[in-house]
Design a protein around this ligand. Structure first.
Ligand code: BTN
Length: 253
């Protein structure tokens, strides 16, 4: 079990992802670097991550493989990191009374609004991961958002409360460390992780429309699950099972 996660707070950095990557050799497994403000926060699909200074959690947790805690992880199994990270954040949000779902692959949603995003960057050595930098942006106290963000929300908008970000960082880091320990540690149970991930999948087992990115066509289908490699499985109206990788399909919300 992880006793206590080492958390470093910095006032300002470009991106906590880059800050951690610059220090991989000397930083411990499961240590966290959190920033009051990022000048060049990065999101998925090359977007920037915008978060007001001091109001939210913007941090990166380092995972190191092949050491005492985590055995080497095959590159083919890297989706396990996504599942563990989302389960960790979900457990934390649920402990705060916020029922969330996981919008595949790794956005956290409250109803139809995004409360948390993740950027997971892996360092590969041949067929194995040597480390992974799990970047998390959780909207905590921010109540107003720039208009270019599609559908943002925050813990404070959902509950009406104001949070101490440093205290919440400690609690959330504990949830994440224990989810990573359960998923990647020596006694991991993949079946349990799959179940926990799939039971929280946003829009699972309901018919909805998606855009197929390759040609812009609309697909009506229902999500039935996610493959071990992280492909989303959607059954269309004809009952055919289709599979898509990230960036091949987008939700219409
Ligand atoms: C997304 O949903 O687009 C992913 C957002 C990830 C943002 C976090 S904030 C902390 C870490 N540092 C970054 O530059 N990005 C991630």
């Amino acid at each position: 079990m992880v006793e206590k996660v080492n958390i470093r707070w910095v006032e300002e950095t470009d991106s906590t992802q880059d800050e951690v990557r610059r220090h991989i050799p000397e930083y411990d497994n499961l240590s966290v670097t959190a920033a009051e403000f990022q000048t060049a926060g990065r999101g998925q699909r090359g977007n920037s991550w915008l978060a007001r200074k001091g109001e939210n959690l913007t941090f990166s947790m380092l995972l190191k493989f092949g050491g005492n805690d985590f055995s080497p992880l095959k590159a083919a199994d890297q989706f396990l990191i996504t599942k563990a990270a989302t389960i960790g954040v979900a457990g934390y949000l649920e402990s705060k009374g916020i029922n969330c779902s996981i919008k595949w692959p790794n956005d956290m949603y409250f109803r139809d609004k995004k409360i948390c995003g993740m950027l997971i960057e892996n360092v590969l050595e041949g067929d194995y991961l040597s480390s992974s930098v799990v970047g998390i942006g959780l909207n905590v106290n921010q109540r107003e958002f720039p208009p270019q963000l599609m559908n943002p929300t925050s813990m404070s908008v959902v509950t009406g409360q104001t949070y101490d970000t440093h205290e919440e960082m400690i609690i959330l880091a504990g949830f994440l460390a224990s989810a990573f320990q359960t998923s990647l540690g020596s006694e991991s149970s993949t079946a349990e992780i799959d179940k926990e991930y799939e039971r929280r999948l946003y829009r699972k087992d309901e018919f909805h429309e998606f855009t197929v990115c390759q040609n812009g066509s609309i697909l009506e289908g229902k999500i039935t699950g996610v493959t071990p490699g992280g492909l989303i499985q959607i059954v269309n109206r004809k009952g055919e099972l289709l599979q898509f990788a990230f960036k091949e399909i987008s939700y219409i919300i």
